[in-house]
Design a protein around this ligand. Structure first.
Ligand SMILES: [Zn+2]
Length: 460
């Protein structure tokens, strides 16, 4: 959204959101989408052999396109001749060099298939946390298939495309300078209320709660960090939604942490269903009733570079091969996320690869004065009930700054606890500066980052 949009009255902004909703709906919910969703709804409970057959057929097609029309892949070996799909997939992938993000970033044009006319290609940017944009070319079919995975999950929870819903995503629908409600806009076409994730101060959240409790929405979707903030406020205000008034809450785009899930489920009176996906159309996993993440086998192949293994599971970084984007085939793509895969099938009965957890936090590390890189620092705040949100920032290895949005009850003891926890992980050398703030700024894409360090940033 641009400055012209910002200058419009709210009513006109609602019309603009409705128009945008119409445009997006037309792009996503095509004939190909409905056909794919029907097919994949059928294969949701297919036996593993059938899923491997689907994967093998789609992989052969992808490799054929890559070999014959993608400059980067012109020397690719032919596919395996094995008759067993699982063996054929394994042998074929083994001949392919893993792809680094950096390699793709530096030569994105080399990955575009010349089979597809440029007029049919759409371009988007992804790339996540480091701020370096990664261009992605895709077709209308890729987008439709991505949404087939999204809607297969939602339909399992009895949600329908025309159900009214509330969203908490990164769209800048409310001008940043606006200081009074409404902090949301309406997309009448999609029966959608779009809440701003950039205006969530404790004072403004009261207005969010009013809007949520007034709405007749059937489901909620959004970023875990934003939903957690609003859920906390609902619980504190004693204004949680009655059980069963919503069909479901769907989270994506950030790792959903256990405490966030618990709070969101309590406030919204319904179950959270998580999905792990990527802007590159490379991977999709959806949650089952047992809380495990199932690979959408029709959409992608996920390999794990094993770093840790027991009898029950194997853990490591992902190499993903998206089967739905032949416009830009990325084969064995090191996406930068990792996870824990179960070695046995999920007890829920759905076949295919299944993960206990996915660590998608592509977060910065903090560098200590003696040069150590420390990651996963969000744990510092996990048990602090009197902190609404926190962010660790670092611009030199001598010091960190910690921004805290205090909750009721936050006092000197709380601050001392934070210092203690920080010292425990970062040592006594580093200078620690704690600042309480009303709001932690979101990234340009609306996402929240727990750790921001220009000295401990890993380029992936
Ligand atoms: Zn399962």
């Amino acid at each position: 959204m641009n400055r012209l949009y910002d200058a419009l009255p709210v009513l006109a902004q609602n019309l603009a959101c409705t128009w945008e909703g119409y445009r997006r709906g037309r792009a996503r919910y095509t004939k190909h989408f409905h056909r794919t969703l029907r097919n994949w709804t059928e294969s949701l409970h297919a036996p593993i052999e059938q899923l491997h057959e689907i994967q093998w057929t789609r992989l052969q097609h992808l490799i054929e396109v890559a070999r014959t029309s993608v400059p980067y892949y012109q020397d690719l070996a032919p596919v395996s001749k094995a008759t067993d799909p699982i063996q054929a997939i394994r042998q074929t992938l083994d001949t392919i060099q893993p792809l680094e993000k950096m390699t793709y970033r530096n030569a994105a044009e080399q990955f575009v298939s010349s089979h597809i006319p440029r007029s049919r290609l759409q371009k988007n940017f992804t790339g996540g946390t480091t701020g370096t944009a990664l261009p992605i070319f895709y077709t209308a079919e890729s987008l439709a298939e991505e949404y087939a995975t999204v809607w297969r999950l939602r339909m399992e929870q009895q949600c329908r495309i025309l159900d009214s819903n509330l969203t908490f995503n990164g769209q800048s629908v409310v001008p940043f300078s606006q200081s009074d409600a409404p902090f949301w806009r309406h997309n009448a076409y999609g029966r959608q209320t779009l809440f701003s994730v950039y205006h969530m101060t404790p004072r403004n959240l009261e207005r969010y709660i009013e809007a949520i409790t007034r709405s007749r929405a059937k489901y909620v979707q959004g970023y875990p960090s934003a939903l957690h903030l609003v859920a906390r406020a609902m619980i504190e205000a004693g204004r949680t939604l009655p059980k069963g008034s919503l069909k479901a809450v769907f989270t994506s785009s950030e790792s959903l942490l256990a405490f966030q899930r618990e709070t969101i489920e309590k406030a919204f009176g319904t179950r959270v269903w998580d999905r792990y996906g990527s802007g590159e159309f490379s991977v999709s996993m959806t949650e089952c009733e047992l809380g495990n993440l199932h690979v959408d086998m029709e959409f992608c192949i996920v390999e794990v570079e094993i770093e840790e293994e027991t009898e029950l599971f194997e853990r490591g970084s992902f190499m993903v091969t998206g089967l739905s984007n032949s416009a830009t085939p990325l084969l064995r793509y090191r996406i930068g996320d990792s996870g824990t895969r179960l070695k046995k099938p999920c007890p829920c009965g759905r076949a295919g690869d299944v993960f206990l957890d996915v660590d998608g936090r592509n977060e910065d590390f903090i560098m200590t004065p003696d040069g150590r890189l420390i990651g996963r620092l969000d744990h510092i705040f996990k048990k602090q009930v009197d902190i609404l949100e926190a962010q660790i920032r670092q611009d030199s290895k001598e010091a960190v700054e910690i921004l805290i949005v205090p909750d009721e009850g936050y006092n000197e003891t709380s601050e001392a606890n934070v210092t203690k926890e920080v010292r425990r992980r970062l040592g006594n050398e580093i200078h620690v500066d704690i600042r309480t703030v009303e709001l932690i700024p979101r990234e340009r894409n609306g996402k929240f980052r727990a750790v921001k360090s220009t000295v401990g940033r890993m380029e992936t």
